[in-house]
Design a protein around this ligand. Structure first.
Ligand SMILES: C[S@@+](CC[C@H](N)C(=O)[O-])C[C@H]1O[C@@H](n2cnc3c(N)ncnc32)[C@H](O)[C@@H]1O
Length: 254
């Protein structure tokens, strides 16, 4: 786990306030921001878990200033930048604030937030058991009937994308060496076991410009434009935490 944290510390130092600290695909990041913003209402207390340098947290704040935002990340170097920006922008701390914390031990009381979200954070945890612990810890801090949005890398859409790449004789994409993509089917089965209400929303990104350009030339030649819609790279799962007891019971079993 230490070398993963060291990687993110180095990303925070190297990229400061740029979106590159977390990911190069600006288009997909905007898609995530837009998707998640739909779950935030005025007055909501919102927690961005694994917020990196706060790039997305600040964007959510711009979109909906009537909500209150807290961003946490376990890398000190990531959190230094938004804390400095807060002072420069003179934003009031009751509107938006940042602190260092791990998703596995969030320093907040039960039900402290209306909405919490992770974007590409759980995939940094080395095992499915750690990912389950992180989800339960995130649910703990969301109020009953609140919302947890999980927007992560998933295995099944990656397989689908690689099938598409194979059609164009492109090399398959692989996870970053320390990432553990979630298995959509496994997550859904576990959530059902917990008796947790959830919705799945899939969204696409033309993250791989090579594929996008191949698809468009394919379209020009054959007119099979619909194939683009099968290129899923990511999906978000929205959990409604109306059964926190179920989460706690499962926590004990693990
Ligand atoms: C791929 S970046 C995503 C950042 C941000 N959520 C976004 O959408 O731009 C992953 C972030 O998760 C953070 N992270 C990884 N493991 C974590 C943990 N156990 N607790 C808190 N943050 C973690 C990393 O430091 C990094 O900033």
């Amino acid at each position: 786990m230490e070398f993963i944290k060291a990687y993110w510390e180095q990303q925070g130092s190297a990229h400061q306030s740029s979106h590159l600290a977390s990911w190069g695909d600006r288009y997909a990041i905007e898609l995530e921001i837009e998707t998640i913003s739909r779950f935030i209402k005025g007055g909501d207390r919102v927690l961005d878990i694994g917020c990196a340098n706060g790039f997305s947290t600040f964007r959510q704040h711009e979109i909906n200033r009537a909500a209150r935002y807290t961003g946490v990340d376990y890398a000190n170097s990531m959190i230094e930048h938004p804390q400095r920006s807060l002072l420069e922008k003179r934003l009031p701390p009751d509107e938006i604030r940042f602190e260092v914390a791990s998703i596995l031990a969030l320093p907040f009381s039960d039900a402290a937030f209306d909405v919490a979200y992770t974007t590409r954070v759980l995939i940094n945890l080395p095992t499915w058991e750690d990912q389950q612990r992180a989800i339960l810890e995130s649910l703990r801090v969301v109020r009953p009937s609140g919302t947890l949005v999980i927007s992560e890398g998933f295995w099944e859409p990656l397989c689908l994308l690689n099938s598409l790449r194979l059609l164009f004789r492109l090399e398959p994409l692989v996870e970053h060496d320390f990432n553990r993509y979630l298995k959509k089917a496994k997550l859904e089965a576990w959530l059902r076991e917990l008796n947790m209400a959830f919705e799945v929303e899939e969204f696409s990104s033309f993250i791989i410009s090579e594929v996008a350009s191949c698809v468009s030339s394919f379209r020009r030649r054959s007119g099979l434009g619909a194939i683009i819609r099968t290129q899923l790279t990511s999906f978000s799962t929205r959990l409604s935490s109306n059964t926190p007891e179920a989460g706690r019971a499962c926590n004990k079993r693990m």
